[in-house]
Design a protein around this ligand. Structure first.
Ligand code: ZN
Length: 219
């Protein structure tokens, strides 16, 4: 016998499609699954189907959502003049959990990775440009991860918005290089937001602290 039964091969192949999962891990996951009681597989497959059916992208910011608008966009108390641009829902949630930002978000749904076939048009940059062209957005904070791909992505977003009137800022470099937004402690995120810097300018953004919790109302 040179290979597993076809149904198992198919299951392994499905796991292998996950990011960061290689053949050996996929094989281990599939065999693990088959050791569990049948009810486990049924519940897993039901959870996958339910999430797929019930979760969609927020119409405005592309965050994961059960309704047309995600909870952030549906919250009328949020400041819609400041948009924090993140790579995806994980980074959005990390900033939400830090509790230091009262503006709204825009999820790019990825980062530029030409080697993996992710190009600018695969991200939601065009939707962001349209959002910023409507006049109500004053500042866009680029909060992509502080690594090569994140920097390249931030640059592409900044270039795409260069024709609009929004002020473009970036999280301060107090964010340790190589870290990811989702793993940063709340106080580090807060520092990064408070001391964000204008892109293309020399100083800090004039509005820098307006939408970060401790300084709210100080303007
Ligand atoms: Zn939203």
């Amino acid at each position: 016998v040179k290979s597993y039964p076809p149904a198992l091969v198919r299951l392994i192949a499905a796991f292998e499609d996950f990011p960061g999962i290689g053949e050996a891990t996929a094989e281990r996951l599939a065999l693990h699954l088959l050791k569990q009681p049948p009810a486990y597989a049924a519940s897993l497959s039901e959870a996958v189907s339910a999430a797929r059916a019930q979760i969609r992208s927020c119409r405005v910011c592309f965050n994961v959502s059960e309704g047309e608008l995600c909870p952030v966009c549906a919250d009328t108390a949020r400041d819609r003049t400041t948009v924090c641009v993140v790579e995806g829902p994980r980074e959005l949630l990390a900033i939400e959990r830090a509790g230091v930002f009262s503006g709204v978000f825009h999820c790019l749904l990825g980062r530029l990775a030409p080697a993996e076939g992710v190009r600018e048009q695969d991200l939601t940059i065009d939707a962001l440009r349209q959002r910023c062209g409507k006049g109500s957005v004053r500042e866009v904070i680029l909060a992509t991860n502080p690594n090569l791909a994140g920097d390249a992505t931030a640059l592409a977003v900044a270039q795409a918005l260069s024709g609009t009137s929004v002020v473009i800022t970036r999280l301060a470099r107090g964010i340790p290089a190589g870290h990811t937004i989702e793993l940063l402690a709340g106080n580090v995120l807060e520092e990064g937001l408070l001391h964000r810097v204008a892109i293309g300018g020399s100083g800090r953004a004039a509005t820098a602290s307006a939408n970060v919790a401790p300084q709210r109302g100080a303007q």
